[in-house]
Design a protein around this ligand. Structure first.
Ligand SMILES: NC(=O)c1ccc[n+]([C@@H]2O[C@H](COP(=O)([O-])OP(=O)(O)OC[C@H]3O[C@@H](n4cnc5c(N)ncnc54)[C@H](OP(=O)(O)O)[C@@H]3O)[C@@H](O)[C@H]2O)c1
Length: 294
């Protein structure tokens, strides 16, 4: 049963975008790359203008390849900063709410504390810089726009950490995973209802001071422990025939030259106080692992 009014979703084929569209059902107006390359302002506005009457616009489109963003910096900024600003401006001009997704990668290493919405951002890599530029550009174009920062998104779609670990666990004898990167894994479909509530409830938005909200699932975990949980769930769900050994390493032992923040955990107490809950990731993990066998 879908209670939300007609809503445009940019990035409708992505993990979060497709979850929003599924939740919206017939009220969803999904825009994919096929409809418009959002880095082409005229094409973006043409497709938005032809959407008919809508009550909100949500941007779930993004350049999400963290390594690729170092090589394709301009492209990352075009998708993650310029296009969101145009979409935010379009929403302001049409007097409808605008919500935009961002990432914990706008922050550096968090140490023992969790990052609050109002903390100063200082990204460590080009992807994070492009997303921070997007946050600033969205708020400049549309002061009512809401930025939803999330982390470690996974879903039934291929390419995310959960699916990659399962594939590697099937094809390799052992895995090596970092234990000093800690975050909150978030099941994309769990973001859909809270994001739509934010987009469609003005009273709720008025409680999001500064226009930024952290929304991510349950308990923080290291990549190593998350990989361990994925493999164990794979075995218990009959997707993997055995629990392959996983070796724990630190980020500085990796060959990648792209810096990723260590212990970078979003504080989600504001979302929780507003009643915007997501399920614990362990529950959703079972559902995703099960689909990997199909
Ligand atoms: N994935 C994560 O772990 C993670 C973590 C923290 C925050 N986030 C944020 O959460 C949001 C959603 O992420 P996600 O995981 O759902 O991303 P995703 O699965 O990579 O989806 C992004 C979508 O954007 C579309 N897109 C990219 N460039 C485009 C362009 N030039 N024109 C039109 N469409 C374009 C992609 O289209 P194609 O399918 O055609 O490429 C894709 O469908 C993003 O803002 C991301 O930064 C993600």
């Amino acid at each position: 049963m879908n209670d939300f009014p007609r809503t445009i979703v940019l990035g409708a084929n992505g993990q979060v975008g497709s979850s929003l569209i599924r939740q919206l059902g017939e009220s969803g107006v999904g825009i994919t790359r096929k409809d418009a390359d959002i880095t082409n302002k005229a094409a973006l506005f043409r497709v938005l203008d032809s959407a008919g009457p809508v009550s909100a616009l949500i941007n779930a489109a993004a350049y999400t390849d963290v390594d690729g963003a170092e090589r394709e910096r301009e492209r990352a900024f075009a998708v993650n900063a310029h296009a969101p600003a145009w979409a935010a401006a379009w929403a302001a001009e049409h007097n409808i709410p605008f919500a935009h997704f961002s990432t914990e990668y706008v922050f550096p290493d968090g140490g023992e504390r969790y990052w609050l919405e109002g903390d100063a951002t200082a990204p460590l890599n080009a992807y994070g810089e492009s997303k921070r530029a997007g946050e600033l550009a969205v708020h400049e174009a549309n002061q009512e726009g809401v930025i939803i920062r999330t982390s470690w998104v996974y879903s039934e779609q291929s390419g995310n950490f959960v699916r990659k670990v399962l594939e590697l666990a099937k094809s390799q004898q052992s895995l090596t995973v970092v234990s000093d990167q800690v975050g909150r894994p978030t099941y994309a479909p769990d973001l859909a209802i809270p994001a739509l509530q934010i987009a469609h409830d003005a009273a709720l938005r008025s409680k999001i001071h500064g226009g930024v909200l952290h929304l991510a699932s349950g308990e923080p975990v290291s990549k190593y422990d998350f990989a361990r949980a994925i493999v164990d769930t794979g075995v218990s769900e009959g997707v993997l025939s055995r629990a392959i050994p996983i070796t724990e390493i630190t980020t500085d032992q990796l060959s990648s030259s792209v810096r990723r923040p260590l212990r970078c955990v979003l504080d989600i107490s504001l979302a929780q106080s507003l009643g915007l809950q997501t399920k614990p990731w362990r529950e959703s993990l079972v559902a995703v692992v099960r689909t990997a066998s199909q």
